[in-house]
Design a protein around this ligand. Structure first.
Ligand SMILES: [Zn+2]
Length: 251
């Protein structure tokens, strides 16, 4: 069991915390990259954090938190809600995050319990943008995804243009229509779990998990602004996202 590190109050309490919500495929990654470029935000992704931790063998011998966390991961123990919150607080103190104006959280908190623990620990969420698509659009987008079996690069053949304003251009290979740009001769494939029923299932699970988290923040965290945003144009919606940032955070 990990001995909980005693945390002092937030290292940089003026820092802005933004959470981007949205089902897989809705385009959160696109917006967070644009926000990082234009504002002084840094994105924290829990998934990437764990992947990096597992991959990187060298650890600062003074960093007892990371050393213990690695022991937990390598022993196959589950990462519980409190540990997720401890990780976030640890990350926030690290210079590579603390030096920025704000942090974008991607994929965390993942449960209401995590949100509660985070709130109780004094971690203030300033803004949550909940990106959503009409369900049939999201389904079409995910089913049109094509991937290179060699490198995992994603393409998309969906060409969406609806009367109610959805405009999404396909993202096709530049050289040959069904081959990866980086791997000539390798045919693009559909991921096994990108079929209608698996996707519908994923969307349902996502909703069941997500909506209670949004409700928690709306109900119990008066300082958190929650904005629902129907992302109809991908990158083309970015000016609208900027308006949200301006109106809610005054940046
Ligand atoms: Zn490839």
């Amino acid at each position: 069991m990990l001995n909980r590190r005693v945390f002092s109050s937030a290292a940089n309490s003026a820092q802005i915390n933004v959470m981007l919500f949205g089902a897989p495929g809705v385009g959160k990654g696109t917006y967070s990259k644009l926000m990082e470029k234009e504002y002084d935000f840094k994105t924290f992704s829990m998934g990437e954090y764990f992947r990096a931790l597992v991959k990187n063998p060298s650890t600062d011998p003074n960093d007892t938190f990371i050393i213990k966390l690695k022991q937990i991961l390598s022993s196959g123990q589950l990462v519980d809600d409190q540990l997720v919150v401890d990780i976030l607080r640890d990350v926030k103190k690290k210079p590579e995050y603390a030096k920025h104006m704000g942090i974008i959280l991607d994929g965390v908190p993942r449960t209401v319990k995590q949100a509660q623990l985070l709130r109780d620990s004094g971690f203030k969420m300033d803004l949550i943008i909940n990106f959503f698509n009409r369900e049939d659009i999201l389904l079409q987008k995910l089913m049109s995804r094509r991937v290179c079996p060699e490198c995992g690069k994603n393409y998309n053949i969906a060409d969406i243009n609806t009367p109610d304003g959805y405009q999404m251009k396909p993202l096709l290979p530049k050289k040959k229509v069904d081959e990866c740009d980086d791997h000539p001769g390798v045919k693009l494939v559909i991921r096994e779990d990108d079929n209608e029923w698996v996707i519908r299932d994923r969307m349902k699970v996502y909703e069941q998990k997500t909506i209670p988290i949004l409700e928690f923040y709306q109900r119990e965290c008066k300082e958190t602004k929650v904005v629902n945003f129907e992302a109809k144009k991908g990158v083309g919606d970015y000016p609208e996202v900027k308006k949200i940032l301006k109106e809610t955070l005054n940046i």
